[in-house]
Design a binder for this molecule. Structure first.
Ligand code: NAD
Length: 343
């Protein structure tokens, strides 16, 4: 098998999870570690490098020397995702980017157009699409045995205190993070809801910053009422809780309902009987509550590249979720109902 040469740009928290997942894939080698802070790049390379891996302080420096990179993992702050992905595509490099795909509608559209016009792949790390609980839930919904979804709720209550924001200057800023608990933490749960229910048509939302006033510019708490074609959904997310609770996602159908709570799926059928499914976690680290399917998601990306097929997290597949995030922010900021048709 020909070696797949990979680079990682942004060697902070999440890059470790990417590097570990890459190390476990046969035929993949991390050739370049890139970070404006070379100490971080070096520290990742020591554990996950191939012995000859190179360190770079910028994308431009990397591209000057790395003549045959097959893929780049973008693990940088949010505002850099689009420019770095476009730079990589312009150099013929496939991209596996962290969420969110963008922080503004215009730049997401620009990215979609650029990706559609080239033969390289762009995937977005919505790793929870690979969670056993979600895959089983989708299988049940698609079988039709519970009937059509008529309602849903999503709840994410985590703890992102002062120390979280103090550890990275970009976090908590509108220009670099682009938002708070919605676009950063709970976007995964919103994404699963959209995949289960379908295209959203209308939203009304409010948001606030309760806990870290004056310290962060972004929302720590958000609620939204989302109308889908045949279902209404409630969504609540907050970073101002004292704990990192397992996420809760419930779908009420015509003939029963299902609930994902952490790694457990519970299904109630029409007669009221209940089935419970527990899924193993990969136990990547103690933060597995935010979703530990990075290895499955990343392995699928490389299998997809080798087999020339798309995967569950192709850029185009995240459009509904990203547009909903933008609609929710628009509704909360302008204090009005936002219709998808207006877009
Ligand atoms: N999928 C998930 O569940 C998940 C979980 C955590 C974080 N993330 C995402 O991962 C990304 C990074 O988050 P993090 O928590 O690791 O942040 P972080 O601040 O720990 O890491 C970001 C790194 O990027 C580096 N950097 C900044 N500007 C750079 C530049 N111009 N060139 C090269 N490197 C640069 C920083 O020095 C830092 O090391 C974000 O998009 C975040 O939303 C995803």
């Amino acid at each position: 098998m020909e070696l797949t040469n990979v680079g990682i740009i942004g060697c902070g928290n999440i890059a470790k999870i990417h590097a570990k997942a890459l190390q476990a894939i046969d035929g993949v080698s991390i050739a370049a570690f890139v970070d404006i802070d070379l100490v971080k790049a070096r520290s990742l390379a020591v554990t996950y490098g191939n012995g000859k891996s190179k360190l770079y302080a910028s994308f431009d420096e990397m591209i000057k020397w790395e003549k045959r990179l097959d893929a780049l993992h973008i693990c940088t702050p949010h505002y850099l995702h689009v420019p770095m992905t476009i730079d990589a595509l312009n150099h013929g490099i496939n991209v596996f980017m962290e969420k969110p795909p963008a922080i503004k509608r215009r730049e997401f559209e620009e990215l979609l157009t650029r990706a559609a016009g080239c033969d390289r792949r762009v995937a977005v790390c919505f790793q929870n699409r690979y969670n056993g609980s979600f895959i089983k839930a989708q299988e049940i919904l698609r079988s039709g045995r519970l009937g059509r979804p008529i309602g849903a709720k999503g709840i994410v209550t985590w703890n992102r205190g002062r120390e979280y924001y103090d550890a990275a200057a970009w976090k908590g800023t509108l220009s670099e993070e682009g938002g708070g608990v919605l676009i950063n933490q709970s976007i995964h749960t919103l994404d699963l809801m959209v995949l289960m229910i379908g295209e959203p048509v209308q939203v009304e939302a409010t948001f606030s910053n309760h806990r870290l006033k004056g310290r962060i510019e972004v929302e720590d708490t958000l609620e939204a009422f989302i109308r889908f074609a045949h279902a209404d959904a409630l969504f609540y997310a907050s970073n101002a809780y004292a704990d990192d609770s397992p996420i809760l996602l419930e779908v009420v159908c015509e003939k029963g309902k299902l609930r994902i709570e952490g790694n457990t799926l519970t299904v109630w059928n029409e007669a009221g009987s209940r089935a419970k499914y527990e899924f193993q976690t990969a136990a990547l680290n103690r933060k597995a509550y935010w979703g530990d399917s990075h290895p499955a998601c990343i392995a699928d990306f490389y299998n997809g590249l080798r087999e020339n097929r798309s995967t569950l997290v192709e850029l185009a597949s995240v459009k509904d979720t990203f547009s909903l995030v933008m609609d929710i922010y628009e509704s909360a900021k302008e204090n009005r109902v936002v219709n998808r048709k207006e877009k």
